[in-house]
Design a protein around this ligand. Structure first.
Ligand code: NAD
Ligand code: WQD
Length: 336
């Protein structure tokens, strides 16, 4: 298939492009590089040993999207492009609604105009809000405590509404849990600008000596060791979930599915596993809770098995080992 990948230069997009190329698809990356660089796309082609097409553009530009969808005869879209920093979304909500929600409206308009009726969308476990029960299955009620999360719920609702009006479309909403790790080549990985917000990139920078110590946000949660528990999923497993989702779309439908492992690990579990993988100490202090954080979050992965025939294969040790390889080979990310 000819597949348009919006945000394909980013962390999850780049890993997915590798798997798409390996599976024999034609890939067209569409990205404005607001949180990535063309270097990741160069490395994707190096890993896969195949070329892809790269177009610099913004998803809010409907005309450009239309001409790309036509020019490359795209048959499906995997839609990663969006902003994802929770704290930033609280400070600049309009930027998040504009980029994420308006951007998706423009993309759907361009798809409608060009007759492309298949879309795989990057949603998030954040749409479940503070869990009412665990593990989280897809029928758990949706709620959000920040504009980023709300932008994902709005887009999910919009896609469900759109499907009701256009029941010949094929739509999957993939709810990612906590993507971590990197490709095992060490050539691509997560490249956060500034101080990392997320746990594993921060731990990686402590292990490599770029930061002095980790602050653990809260040691008094109702969890086995008092630190937060999350469902960390290897980004390569996640990437393969997108292929499985595309392959599952044999007939028109619209559904949401979790991409997680079903296993919850605590922040301290991650610290210990990272120390083992890297052979380096990861000093930490227990600090106060981070506003908006929840105690525990992990997926019920049964629906993904049923609907996509997909399940995560890689464990926490591989996540840490691959993150560490990427960190060591690229101490300054793609600028290295
Ligand atoms: P990322 O920032 O690495 O990738 C997003 C890409 O989209 C970047 O390359 C960025 O330059 C591009 N982009 C952003 N706005 C754009 C626009 N208007 N036009 C064109 N390109 C644009 O993020 P990621 O971690 O790879 O996340 C990909 C998607 O998955 C996002 O939609 C994110 O919300 C979602 N998601 C991420 C996580 C996570 O923890 N990483 C978890 C759940 C969901
Ligand atoms: C994990 C655990 C922290 C950093 C976020 C978004 C979510 C999704 C994935 C996109 C928590 C603790 C972290 C640190 C710490 N993104 N932590 N010290 O918060 O589960 O999810 O990313 O959809 O929307 O909210 O991930 O990696 O930030 O935190 O103690 O320096 O690590 O408190 O318990 P989170 P995270």
């Amino acid at each position: 298939m000819n597949i348009l990948v919006t945000g394909g230069a980013g962390y999850i997009g780049s890993h997915t492009c590798v798997e798409l190329l390996k599976a024999g698809h034609e890939v067209i990356v569409f990205d404005n590089f607001c949180n990535s660089s063309p270097e990741s796309v160069a490395r994707v082609q190096k890993i896969a040993g195949k070329p892809l097409s790269l177009v610099k553009g913004d998803i809010r530009n409907r005309e450009q999207l239309e001409s790309v969808l036509r020019e490359f005869k795209c048959e499906a879209v995997i839609h990663f492009a969006g902003l994802k920093a929770v704290g930033e979304s609280v400070e600049q909500p309009l930027m998040y609604y504009d980029n994420n929600v308006v951007g998706t409206v423009r993309l759907l308009e361009a798809m409608e105009a060009t007759g492309v009726k298949t879309i795989v969308f990057s949603s998030s476990a954040t749409v479940y809000g503070d869990p009412q029960y665990l593990p989280l299955n897809e029928s758990h009620p949706l709620s959000a405590s920040n504009p980023y999360g709300r932008s994902k719920i709005v887009i999910e609702d919009m896609l469900r509404d759109y499907y009701r009006a256009h029941p010949d479309w094929k739509i999957v909403l993939l709810r990612y849990f906590n993507p971590v790790g990197a490709h095992d080549s060490g050539l691509i990985g997560e490249d956060p600008g500034g101080i990392p917000n997320n746990l594993m990139p921060y731990v990686a920078q402590v292990a490599v000596g770029r930061r002095e110590k980790l602050s653990i946000w809260g040691g008094d949660y109702p969890t086995p060791d008092g630190t937060g528990v999350r469902d960390f999923i290897h980004v390569v497993d996640l990437a393969n979930g997108h292929l499985a989702a595309l392959e599952s779309l044999t007939e028109p439908q619209c559904f949401a599915v979790n991409l997680g492992t079903g296993i919850g690990y605590s922040v301290l579990d991650v610290v210990k596993a990272y120390e083992k993988a890297s052979g380096k100490p990861v000093p930490y202090t227990i600090a106060g809770r981070r506003p908006g954080d929840i105690a525990s979050c992990y997926a019920d992965p049964a629906e993904a098995r049923r609907k996509l025939g997909w399940e995560a294969k890689l464990g926490l040790d591989a996540m840490c080992a691959d993150s560490w390889r990427w960190q060591q080979m690229n101490p300054n990310g793609f600028k290295s």
